[in-house]
Ligand binder design. Structure first.
Ligand SMILES: [Zn+2]
Ligand SMILES: [Zn+2]
Length: 161
């Protein structure tokens, strides 16, 4: 399996307000129409099955960071956790290990530490002139075996900073 940074695209349904990930067929469909210059496309919401209009010029990739936590092969995205956590608000969270960061700079700090500890992880990020961004590569190597065998994380709290 090849992890691709190109993969999940997210859409918010204006009917039920849920945020869902487009499936492969929907992504292909949208890409085709976008290449043809269509201004928008109608797709079905995966929760309420209403047809929703996706404006193609506003359709963008969600910023995804490879999770820097040891042994975790997941991705960190910005989510609104206000309903789940008391002090809530927008945070950066990993759906795989449950870690979350209140500040992006703290996430980036851990990203840099993870590259230092595990150099093969550097493929997931672009580090240039002190600025760190998620890698733009669409075909990322599968490092799951190496990640699995990393030493246990010393920091056991879900809240990372
Ligand atoms: Zn919906
Ligand atoms: Zn994680």
């Amino acid at each position: 399996m090849i992890a691709t940074n190109d993969a999940p695209y997210f859409v918010i349904c204006d009917g039920c307000q849920c945020e869902f990930e487009l499936d492969f067929a929907q992504q292909t469909f949208i890409k085709k129409l976008k290449d043809k210059g269509a201004p928008f496309v109608m797709i079905k919401c995966q929760k309420c099955w209403r047809h929703i209009k996706v404006k193609l010029n506003e359709y963008k990739k969600k910023e995804m960071w490879k999770c820097p936590v040891s042994q975790c092969d997941g991705w960190v995205v910005q989510v609104n956790l206000s309903e789940k956590y008391i002090d809530g608000g927008l945070q950066w969270a990993c759906g795989e290990c449950g870690s979350f960061w209140r500040k992006k700079e703290n996430l980036i700090k851990e990203v840099l530490e993870s590259i230092e500890k595990f150099p093969y992880r550097s493929v997931y990020y672009d580090v240039k002139d002190g600025i760190v961004k998620p890698s733009e590569l669409s075909d990322l190597p599968d490092n799951s075996k190496k990640i699995e065998s990393e030493p246990d994380d010393v920091f056991h709290d879900y809240e990372r900073g």
